[in-house]
Design a protein around this ligand. Structure first.
Ligand code: IPM
Ligand code: MG
Length: 358
């Protein structure tokens, strides 16, 4: 049996707390299931700045490159606000070095989550945001900051748009066959290029219904009529903003996982939220985003949909039984939620046969 190598980057503040939960669940779900793995914990983010003055030490990067998958919790926080190289610089460098150009951020509301949504959900909501992750304004040059002026540059080329569009269209083919490009093509030159390239890629996928929306209107529709979306394809910054908004309609940012993948090497799995310094150390961080990120890893990097389904079912069972952290209105701790999910995994195996959830 192959022993998979998983690089573990716990990061800062609530990062280690939720990573600890996630790894406990991984251990429980893989027991006696012919799934063998070893984890390598690596310094990253603010804690790596403290250790060696570098948010992404060379050895961390090398270990990530030679692993089968990377798990990341969260980085950043006020402690390193004045650092020359902030923790976020390490995160962007890691994404760039591993060429993780496609970032998949799911939003779905199933029955057990419906009562947590702040908006009245009458129809089924299940869409994914495919966010371009290694270009655009996050990486644009020139970039300048002086006392009187600051400059950021949004730049995209055809190849960068094409490769992430292909991922998004392939995903639409496996889902409800509907793709919406979100841009600002009435103003931005980069958006005009996105439209041209995506329209070409759309011709290769005639079964997929393709449409587009300006980002301001899309922000409104995500709240007003979220059921209309299947796959939302968008550039880096718009995807960052819209995915936090979309998360909120499920009830909590603390439940949303993500997968970032490229054309070679390992994929990376991380919650979409940050390191939540305000609640760190109190034992109340929601571990679900991390645990779901691990389920996404099992499914996508290791093709163990069976184990992923056990995790998803166990999470929803815990939520239905009102074992949840304060972000979902509950009063359970991180540890109690984790223990409850593990208990459900151990008890529930036989029930999780066909009815797939995510
Ligand atoms: C995210 C985060 C990061 C981003 C930050 C921490 C740099 O907000 O993954 O969404 O903007 O990409
Ligand atoms: Mg973000």
């Amino acid at each position: 049996m192959k022993k998979y190598k998983i690089a573990v980057l716990s990061g800062d503040y609530i990062g280690p707390e939720i990573m600890d939960s996630g790894l406990k669940v991984l251990r429980a779900v893989s027991q006696n299931k012919n799934f063998d793995y070893e984890i390598k914990e690596l310094p990253f983010g603010g804690s790596a700045i403290d250790q060696c003055n570098n948010p992404l030490p060379e050895s961390t990067l090398e270990n990530c490159k030679s692993s089968d998958a990377v798990l990341l919790a969260a980085v950043g926080g006020p402690k390193w606000d004045q650092a020359v190289k902030r923790p976020e610089v390490g995160l962007l460098k890691l994404r760039k070095e591993l060429e993780l150009f496609a970032n998949i951020r799911p939003t779905s509301i199933n029955e057990s989550m419906q009562s947590y949504s702040p908006i009245a959900i009458t129809k089924s909501v299940d869409f994914v945001i495919v966010r371009e992750l290694t270009s655009g304004i996050y990486f644009g040059e020139p970039r300048e900051l002086n006392k009187k002026e600051a400059i950021d540059t949004m730049r995209y080329n055809v190849d960068e748009i094409k490769r992430v569009s292909e991922v998004a269209f392939k995903m639409a083919m496996e889902r409800k066959k509907h793709l919406t490009l979100v841009d600002k093509a009435n103003v931005l030159a980069t958006s005009k290029l996105w439209r041209r390239v995506v329209e070409q890629v759309a011709q290769e996928f005639p079964e997929v219904t393709y449409d587009n929306s300006y980002v301001d209107a899309a922000a409104m529709k995500i709240i007003a009529t979220p059921e209309q979306f299947d796959v939302i394809l968008t550039e880096n910054l718009f995807g960052d903003i819209l995915s936090d908004e979309a998360a909120q309609i499920t009830g909590s940012l603390g439940t949303i996982p993500s997968m970032s993948s490229g054309s070679f090497g390992p994929a990376l799995y991380e919650p979409i939220h940050g390191s939540a310094p305000d609640i760190a150390g109190r034992g109340i961080a929601d571990p679900i985003s991390m645990i779901k990120s691990i389920a996404m890893m099992l499914e996508n990097s290791f093709h163990r949909d069976d184990l992923a389904q056990e995790i998803y079912h166990s999470i929803y069972r815990s939520i239905s039984e009102h074992t949840s952290t304060p972000d979902l209105g509950g009063d359970s701790t991180t540890e109690e939620v984790t223990e409850s999910i593990i208990k459900n995994i151990k008890e529930g195996r036989q029930e999780y046969v066909k009815n797939n959830v995510r």
